[in-house]
Ligand binder design. Structure first.
Ligand SMILES: *[C@@H]1O[C@H](CO)[C@@H](O)[C@H](O)[C@H]1NC(C)=O
Ligand SMILES: *[C@@H]1O[C@H](CO)[C@@H](O)[C@H](O)[C@H]1NC(C)=O
Ligand SMILES: *[C@@H]1O[C@H](CO)[C@@H](O)[C@H](O)[C@H]1NC(C)=O
Ligand SMILES: *[C@@H]1O[C@H](CO)[C@@H](O)[C@H](O)[C@H]1NC(C)=O
Ligand SMILES: *[C@@H]1O[C@H](CO)[C@@H](O)[C@H](O)[C@H]1NC(C)=O
Ligand SMILES: *[C@@H]1O[C@H](CO)[C@@H](O)[C@H](O)[C@H]1NC(C)=O
Ligand SMILES: *[C@@H]1O[C@H](CO)[C@@H](O)[C@H](O)[C@H]1NC(C)=O
Ligand SMILES: *[C@@H]1O[C@H](CO)[C@@H](O)[C@H](O)[C@H]1NC(C)=O
Length: 782
């Protein structure tokens, strides 16, 4: 390793070890060894590398029984909005307990809103009511979930209000859509905006409309976004066929997730945990002030028809709503939009179940949320909850069979994901230090089944493992799960994470490698009624996953993944995939740079200034104060080098970019060597019996050292001050898009500066990337 920390490091570089220190080292190691032996009596070195039982086989055997349908039925039988249905919290805890996990119920006090009343009227030019929308989904005889006790149609955190005004159709309500309207001279100020679902997170549609002075928003589902699976094309609606039920309404949160100025989690406690008695802030940086309602395409028809012939027709604004010519308005008619909700600080409950491993400071977390917008929620989130319980059952069987887990595995069942990743964010903030020290990886489930196409989104360190595990399982329609994935995604391509589920706090706030997985709809799959009453057990059983075979496959996949992460002696990460990813994102970014920027001088911009706070911050999240001294003693140097990019007096941006590119290549080189070392150490561990005693001890510490570097690798890409205008988002490589919410933005600092045409900020972010990359690359070099 190329060691170069500030201050005290000179002394040790190149220093030869004398006999005294070798003796000391030996004695100390021996003592440590004894302690280890005493602590884990059944982990005698003689057993190392020996397979006592085959955990994979036991896990898969256990999942030959499939109880996913049972759990799905249970979870989708009663409404379970965030902060409600405590019996389901207790039931989940009991299940974890039954399967041998130590459990905790962890409460938080969070601002949420519940529906109280709503109304939507269409008024003619004389103010006469010509239509009143029922704002209800139809009861369907065959589907018991729709019969009674359903949750009203509403949007979480939509402000209470009663507004009347003319209205404008604004397509998907993206920033570009509002710009196009402005270009046509159409101002939404003082109007109600009607937008369709799609493209970006719904809360940002509301944010953009509110920022432009709109007084209310109506959001509907357009058949044009149903991939041709529409009645117009001859498909029958649910429950008779695969098309969308015309009365179906998508509920959801209108928090400003990922937008500038906002943070996920409780909007009154940005960046810190909502435990009782904490200081609370005005939530309106993260939630809106104007009323918003969701509506079905059947009920929005009479409203949008009144726009025909009024205002502009803009290319790209067309959907497939019968009888609507997609004119923008403003309308001659008026809408009266009324929304009433209770905003309350409410108790939300996370449930945790833990099986402690031998390495209890190396933790794998498997998480899924429990709350749903509707009574059913067979897909969102109960498919995930059922999958998680199946994994719990299988891991429990493994424990029962006498298997000792190497790493700790913790299952999380979160509350309040739907409103704004509440439960996961608050606990992530509460346990931030502990998680940064201990958590190796976070595996997320949300909608684990809503179709038959397997999707993965991940931090690239996990890519190799994800493919490896997919090769071990069969896909129901033939071939392996891997074959299916590769065919469907045009190769070994795994997208990076954006936002919209509980991994956000782990990856983007804490720098913990994360993955999200699930089977989603694709060509030919029936329409999934997202956040509607028709996301019911009946739909799942009849259309989504007959026999619950994809639930079962997802449980097998997640179970094997957790096992591979917990049971390999050397943490199963591939760092070179990460470096390759970085080069790819970097190259893509450089394509967008205005040509005028390249020859501009960057030397006067204070680039590469050593920042002590930043240094301390990274040191804190990437070092283990107990293990490092031990590794040092074992002659393995741990560096904390903070390299500044070379800034000669008249460097141009192009020069700095070239230098950064070389740093990235350098990282790619050092990760290659590092990954080989990981494989070699794992191999040597598996054949440890052939090694002499002294070699075994040495191997033990080398692996410990390797695992530390692996565990903390991703933390190195955190930036103390966070992203521009989004300080909560601390990851410099992965963030949710500030204008999209769900979709990921790679290298957000660089890309946002380009979007904003801000040269200085761009240079600052190149400097940040450059420093971090060179530091990590140096640390990994042996
Ligand atoms: C699961 O459901 C099936 C069918 O309803 C039932 O026969 C079985 O007893 C249930 N098993 C458990 C463990 O609940
Ligand atoms: C809801 O309907 C089901 C039958 O579909 C019935 O068994 C149940 O008692 C009803 N619940 C209430 C509260 O009316
Ligand atoms: C909302 O405002 C309208 C018109 O201003 C009024 O007629 C109606 O009664 C109000 N609704 C409620 C529930 O206050
Ligand atoms: C919730 O908030 C409303 C006002 O928004 C208030 O009237 C009501 O009493 C609160 N309910 C509880 C349980 O705190
Ligand atoms: C990135 O760009 C460099 C220089 O333009 C090129 O040599 C390299 O092949 C590119 N790498 C990737 C992964 O696109
Ligand atoms: C950069 O190049 C452009 C022409 O491409 C030239 O007009 C400009 O003066 C140059 N700027 C600097 C700082 O050299
Ligand atoms: C940067 O790299 C490119 C291609 O690798 C080269 O053509 C260019 O001269 C370099 N610019 C500077 C300022 O080093
Ligand atoms: C990467 O390694 C190769 C061979 O090991 C070497 O030729 C190349 O110069 C290295 N590149 C960097 C940027 O370190």
């Amino acid at each position: 390793m190329n060691e170069k920390p500030a201050g005290e490091r000179k002394e040790r570089v190149g220093k030869k070890w004398d006999y005294r220190s070798i003796t000391l080292t030996t004695v100390a190691s021996f003592a440590l060894l004894c302690i280890y032996y005493l602590r884990f009596p059944n982990l005698s070195f003689a057993d190392y590398g020996e397979k006592l039982l085959d955990p994979e086989a036991i896990l898969l055997q256990s999942l030959e029984v499939n109880l996913a349908a049972n759990w799905s039925k249970k979870y989708s039988a009663e409404a379970h909005l965030a902060g409600t249905n405590y019996p389901l919290v207790e039931w989940t805890e009991e299940k974890f307990k039954e399967y041998g996990f130590d459990t905790t119920i962890d409460p938080y006090e969070i601002l949420v809103s519940y529906p109280k009343d709503h109304d939507l009227k269409l008024l003619d030019s004389k103010g006469k009511v010509v239509y009143q929308a029922p704002l209800q989904e139809d009861v369907i005889d065959e589907d018991p979930t729709t019969h009674n006790d359903t949750v009203p149609t509403f949007l979480g955190y939509a402000a209470s209000g009663n507004v009347t005004g003319n209205y404008v159709y604004a397509n998907y309500g993206t920033r570009e859509d509002f710009e196009k309207l402005a270009n046509e001279g159409i101002d939404v100020k003082g109007h109600i905006v009607v937008v369709r679902y799609g493209k970006i997170f719904r809360g940002l549609k509301v944010k953009f409309a509110q920022d432009l002075g709109a007084i209310g928003v109506l959001i509907y589902s357009d058949p044009g976004d149903d991939y041709g699976l529409t009645p117009a094309n001859g498909y029958e609606q649910y429950p008779k066929g695969p098309a969308r039920q015309e009365s179906s309404v998508q509920r959801g949160s209108v928090q400003f997730l990922g937008g500038e100025g906002s943070a996920p989690g409780d909007p009154t406690t940005p960046g810190y945990a909502s435990k009782p008695g904490v200081h609370r802030e005005d939530p309106h940086t993260s939630i809106g002030r104007i009323p918003v309602l969701p509506i079905s395409y059947r009920e929005v028809k009479p409203i949008l028809h009144k726009l025909n012939g009024h205002g502009a027709k803009i290319a790209g604004f067309e959907g497939e709503l019968e009888g609507f010519d997609y004119s923008t308005g403003p309308s001659k008619f008026e809408l009266n939009l009324y929304n009433e909700q209770d905003f309350n600080i409410t108790t939300l409950w996370n449930v945790y179940g833990e099986i402690e491993g031998e390495k209890s400071n190396e933790v794998i977390i498997l998480g899924n949320h429990r709350d749903a917008w509707i009574k059913g929620g067979a897909g969102d989130p109960n498919s995930g909850s059922s999958t998680l319980l199946e994994v719990a059952r299988a891991l429990g069987d493994l424990k029962k069979a006498g298997h000792k887990f190497k790493r700790t595995i913790i299952l999380h069942s979160y509350d309040g994901e739907e409103y704004g990743l509440l439960g996961s964010t608050e606990q992530g903030e509460y346990f931030a230090k502990k998680y940064q020290r201990e958590v190796v990886a976070y595996l997320n489930l949300d909608v684990s089944v809503s179709g038959k196409n397997f999707n993965l989104e991940s931090s690239p360190v996990l890519n190799e493992l994800l493919f490896d595990v997919a090769k071990k399982l069969e896909y129901p329609k033939g071939g392996s799960l891997y074959d299916h994935y590769v065919e469907n995604h045009g190769g070994e391509k795994i997208r990076t994470l954006g936002s919209g589920s509980d991994y956000t706090v782990y990856l983007e706030h804490l720098g913990i490698p994360s993955v999200d997985m699930g089977f989603g709809g694709g060509k030919g799959d029936p329409i999934y009624h997202y956040h509607s009453n028709y996301d019911s057990y009946h739909w799942m059983e009849k259309f989504g996953d007959e026999g619950f075979v994809y639930h079962n496959l997802c449980a097998k996949y997640l179970g094997l993944l957790a096992l591979a992460l917990s049971e390999k002696e050397v943490i199963y990460f591939n760092l070179n995939s990460y470096a390759s990813g970085l080069i790819e994102y970097y190259n893509k970014t450089l394509e967008k740079i205005p040509t005028g920027w390249l020859n501009q001088s960057v030397s006067s911009l204070g680039l590469g200034k050593f920042d002590l706070d930043e240094y301390k911050f990274i040191k804190e999240v990437t070092m283990n104060r107990y293990v490092e001294p031990m590794c040092r003693m074992m002659q393995m140097r741990i560096t904390s080098g903070c390299e500044d990019p070379e800034t000669d007096s008249d460097q141009s941006l192009e020069g700095l970019l070239n230098h950064t590119y070389h740093q990235l290549k350098f990282l790619s080189n050092s990760t290659k060597g590092f990954d080989l070392a990981s494989k070699d150490l794992q191999f040597r561990f598996e054949t440890i019996k052939d090694l002499p005693f002294w070699q075994r001890i040495k191997l033990h510490f080398r692996i410990k050292h390797q695992n530390l570097a692996l565990k903390y690798f991703e933390r190195n890409f955190l930036h103390l001050k966070g992203l521009h205008k989004r300080p909560w988002f601390k990851h410099i490589v992965f963030a949710s898009g500030r204008f999209t919410g769900y979709a990921g933005q790679n290298l957000p600092g660089l890309n946002e500066a380009i979007e904003d045409a801000d040269f200085e900020r761009f240079v600052e972010w190149v400097g940040i990337l450059n420093r971090k990359v060179s530091r990590v690359a140096n640390r990994l070099l042996h």
